[in-house]
Design a protein around this ligand. Structure first.
Ligand code: PRP
Length: 179
């Protein structure tokens, strides 16, 4: 285990098993369709890659980078698009792949923005959900794990751009972010 980790929350094995289950559910949902599967950079990249490798459904891949002003500010309505989709999603089935949902601000606004482009459908799959932190009415269609309000790192998730390549989800030691 990484020395900055307090403990491992989700092991590689737990994640692998759950990702396979969710991939199978998505295969059923998208039977005979070809969704545009959207990776929200950067945190989702590890989950995205594992998820699509476990899906049998033919799909297109696309990438977006966004950031939202945090909850509690006066500008929660704003979403900054740092990198937009390459695909025209009009009439397409869109699957947004996210690593974690916290306040819900990012995905609430992203979903609203993508819906204006008139896709056939927009669904969200998230690796982690912290429902206790929710500030916006946003429910993902698929969640791999609901977790408590802990500072999690690894499997794509970072603290100050570190730890994304850890193969498990761990809880960061308080001493790391309080120093
Ligand atoms: C994280 C995560 C979501 C967002 C969730 O991204 O990937 O996009 O925060 O928080 P919210 O529900 O409160 O909006 P982050 O901005 O940390 O970027 P990163 O994926 O590049 O690390």
């Amino acid at each position: 285990m990484h020395p900055d980790c307090e403990r491992i929350l989700l092991t590689e094995e737990q994640i692998t098993r759950r990702v396979k289950e969710v991939a199978a559910q998505l295969d059923k949902l998208y039977e005979n369709r070809k969704p545009v599967v959207v990776c929200i950079l950067k945190g989702s990249v590890v989950f995205f890659v594992d998820l699509i490798r476990n899906m049998q459904t033919p799909c297109e891949l696309d990438f977006m980078a966004v950031s939202s002003y945090g909850a509690g500010t006066t500008s929660t309505g704003e979403l900054i698009i740092k990198k937009d989709l390459a695909a025209d999603i009009r009439g397409r089935d869109v699957l947004i792949v996210e690593d974690i949902i916290d306040s819900g601000n990012t995905l609430y606004h992203l979903k609203k923005m993508l819906n204006k482009r008139e896709p056939a459908s927009v669904n969200i799959v998230t690796l982690l959900d912290k429902p206790a932190r929710r500030q916006m009415p946003l429910e993902p269609e698929y969640t791999c794990f609901e977790i408590e309000d802990e500072f999690v790192i690894g499997y794509g998730l970072d603290y100050a751009e570190n730890y994304r390549n850890l193969p498990y989800v761990g809880i960061l030691k308080r001493s790391v972010y309080e120093k």
